[in-house]
Design a protein around this ligand. Structure first.
Ligand SMILES: NC(=O)c1ccc[n+]([C@@H]2O[C@H](COP(=O)([O-])OP(=O)(O)OC[C@H]3O[C@@H](n4cnc5c(N)ncnc54)[C@H](O)[C@@H]3O)[C@@H](O)[C@H]2O)c1
Length: 437
């Protein structure tokens, strides 16, 4: 089948590539000329495990194309996916201007019937808005299918190829059965394709993200209480996780959630509720807890060193909002580093993939290091902000030698306090017993 994917970000690029990988002829469209030029030259604008190889293979096999010419892609493609951004607007709601613009552009270019699939995360009622926008720009028939995306950055290709479930919403049997066919290669292990109305599909995506954000804020508050009462959140997490009603996922305390989805999606649900005269107070608190949690590591720094950090040097391991991505949108590292800089500290940072993005955020206010150990010479402390796997078993003896003081503030609980004691480090994790030497 010939497909057109509008927007080649984390979602559009992965979706387009995976649809090509399953044998479709896919044209990915973006308004960002540099991005398209890079993609045509084999340069992948984002880091996502496994993606580069898949893109290369499908481009070579001529199933995957990149263009800025939306009209020609729409003329060719019977199904058009919209995967453009829906960033937060000033009032917390989702900004739909890019989605509706893409819809209008598709409508103007359609030579006949088309199926438009909304992959972007959009508030309830957007499919109806998109229908109205498209109707104003074409006389040809079309259907709008809502198909929210649940992939995780860092495992996007795998998630897309093997989704827990696919959700599609719409009111046209013709369109729904065609989209089901498109997804059939990805659900060969019988994972369900759930068919529903547009509004329920739209709401499903927000409910999923809001629920996961709620779990993170919940365990973060449990962790903070554990510190007060001298309990160990790692034990508590195991203790509750084996309850099948609770489970182990998304119960890791840390420095708060970030990224391009949870923060804006939580705010969008709160805003949608307000628009319908409802106070979603639970989610408001999820957000408040998360904002506070981004400061927990710096509070520990202040308790140890005081608030005047002039003459102090801190090493930071991990900048991306989570491992296996280079995405720094709303990353807790930004809040943490800005706070330390405000105190007058010198900062040396390392991240396996996000250094280029970090440079856009911090410029020359911090020093950047490709090797994690290079951040440590003369450091008063190391702060761990993202749980990259390569940080889990470092050479502690080498670290001790390089650092001015053997002190680790661990925002991701990577190490065992007992081991740190043996290794001669002072160690401050989240919600676990700390070690002072
Ligand atoms: N990133 C994720 O992990 C994730 C997961 C699930 C859902 N989502 C949702 O998917 C949507 C896209 O997210 P993303 O992270 O891929 O965004 P992104 O910002 O990485 O990419 C969006 C792309 O769309 C392009 N674009 C904007 N307007 C365009 C237009 N009119 N025509 C062509 N291209 C256009 C931009 O240039 C950009 O390259 C959002 O609604 C997001 O909430 C994201």
């Amino acid at each position: 089948m010939k497909l057109c994917v509008v927007g080649t970000g984390y979602v559009g690029l992965v979706a387009g590539t995976c649809f090509a990988e399953s044998g479709n002829d896919v044209t990915c469209v973006d308004i960002d000329q540099r991005k398209v030029a890079d993609l045509r030259n084999g340069k992948i604008p984002i880091y996502e495990p496994g993606l580069e190889e898949l893109i290369r293979r499908n481009v070579t096999d001529k199933r995957l194309h990149f263009t800025t010419d939306l009209a020609s892609a729409v003329r060719e493609g019977m199904v058009c996916f919209i995967a453009v951004g829906t960033p937060q607007d000033d009032d917390g709601s989702a900004d739909l201007s890019m989605v509706l613009q893409a819809g209008a552009d598709i409508a103007k270019a359609m030579p006949g019937y088309r199926i438009v699939v909304l992959k972007s995360t959009v508030p309830v009622g957007t499919a109806d808005k998109l229908r109205a926008t498209m109707s104003a720009n074409t006389t040809h028939p079309f259907d709008v299918v809502s198909n929210p995306e649940f992939l995780k950055e860092g495992a996007a290709v795998e998630d897309f190829m093997k989704p827990d479930r696919v959700v599609i919403g719409g009111n046209s049997d013709r369109a729904l059965s065609l989209i089901k066919e498109l997804y059939a290669p990805f659900v060969r292990t019988e994972n369900p394709i759930l068919v529903m109305d547009n509004r329920s599909a739209e709401m499903t995506k927000y409910a999923a993200n809001a629920f996961l954000a709620m779990r993170i804020s919940f365990i973060n508050q449990v962790a903070n209480l554990c510190e007060k009462v001298e309990a160990d959140v790692a034990e508590v997490r195991r203790g509750i996780g084996f309850d099948r009603r609770i489970g182990h996922y998304f119960l890791f305390p840390g420095v708060g959630y970030g990224g391009s989805c949870f923060p804006k999606d939580v705010r969008a649900v709160i805003r949608t509720a307000e628009e319908h005269d409802m106070d979603f107070s639970l989610l408001k608190e999820v957000e408040v807890v998360n904002e506070k949690q981004k400061h927990v590591l710096v509070e520990k720094v202040h308790t140890h060193f005081g608030t005047d950090l002039r003459g102090r040097k801190f090493a930071i391991w991990g900048l991306a909002f989570k491992p296996r991505t280079d995405d720094m949108r709303e990353a807790p590292a930004v809040t943490i580093i800005e706070e330390l800089l405000k105190g007058g500290a010198e900062i040396a940072v390392h991240d396996p993939e996000a250094l280029a993005r970090a440079q856009e955020v911090f410029g020359d206010r911090v020093s950047y290091h490709r090797a994690n150990y290079d951040t440590l010479p003369g450091a008063d402390a190391l702060l761990i902000v993202t749980e990259w796997n390569e940080f889990r078993r470092p050479d502690f003896a080498r670290m001790r030698e390089l650092m001015k003081t053997p002190l680790i503030l661990d925002g991701r609980n990577l190490y065992e306090p007992a081991v740190m004691k043996q290794e001669g480090f002072s160690y401050y994790p989240i919600g676990r017993p700390s070690v002072t030497q």
